[in-house]
Ligand binder design. Sequence first.
Ligand code: ADP
Ligand code: MG
Length: 350
Amino acid sequence: MSFLELKGLSKRYDDTVVVAASDLSVAKGEFVCLLGPSGCGKTTTLQMVAGFVQPTSGRILLDGKDITNVKPNKRGLGIVFQSYALFPHMTVADNVAFGLEMRGVPSGERSKRVASTLELVHLGPMAGRYPRELSGGQRQRVALARALAIQPPVLLLDEPMGALDAKLREEMQIELRALQHRVGVTTIMVTHDQAEAMTLADRVVLMNKGCIEQVGRPFEMYERPNGRFSSTFLGKANVFSTTRAQAGPTVNVLGYRLPTGDTGRVGALEYIVRPEKIEFTADNAALVKGRVTARAFLGNHWLFQIETPLGAIQVSHANTGLPQAEEGDEVGLHWAPENARLVPRAEGAA
Ligand code: ADP
Ligand code: MG
């Protein structure tokens, strides 16, 4: 099933572990995003797959073959890094042909492949232009075409849209997703942008401090974060620390009995509820009461900060066009037990 496999892959520089022993299986045709904050080891992981960084331990298998010690150019992977420097003195077509030339593809076949790859990224008419005559988005598509022209078994992308402005980035994300579907190439992309990862990935690999925290489909990971880090890096979350001696339908947080969808967990726990799962309610149905201390209007939704005895709680509501609670208002908060998540508290967490 798995096409690309990382087995206990780690990287240490001197005494610093930058990637802890990591396992990951990627299926053929899958689009996987390595997501996490800056410095968490995403690029290092990708560079080990590309072959530019030698792992400290572990193995990389591609289609069943161990490629851990194979030179980068012999792995034949398609690569687009953040600074996808195109050759400025070469035309678009020559840039795209470069990898094919290196591989000794005969010129007739080469021209055909360049033309079809440029077609794929909608740059057919630009073949004769130079990089300086293109927009940022077009240059980014040339870099993609250059990586895809060699028909690589795996496409590696490191923050490929880092240089694009927000609106263009969104357009390119949709385009990249469609392109990856059309070509069916197994893809690993690095990003620190959670919306980008959720837009593109079949599965998100969430990293923190060199470790893989959670792997899952975007919806599944958003709805079932496995801890404080996952819940707050992927979207927003209210997280309360608690401990529970006996399994039951509620947990006690500062004397409040909060309902949970989970009865099984005991020990040091974190209770997680997302802002959009919280409703304003009449006093007698409220799980906790508080006062609106801040409110922001974001067009499609409202964001409220509520000061409660449990601490500040964030609530977000879709904009229905109707007036909303205002700063200073007293509100009751309610959420359904099945929308709360109870997870073991991470070591070292408060
Ligand atoms: P990310 O891509 O998630 O931002 P990186 O993989 O680039 O993170 O880096 C992870 C950590 O490894 C960082 O703390 C970085 O400083 C460190 N690091 C990366 N390359 C080297 C190197 N060649 N020598 C020493 N430390 C490095
Ligand atoms: Mg990086």
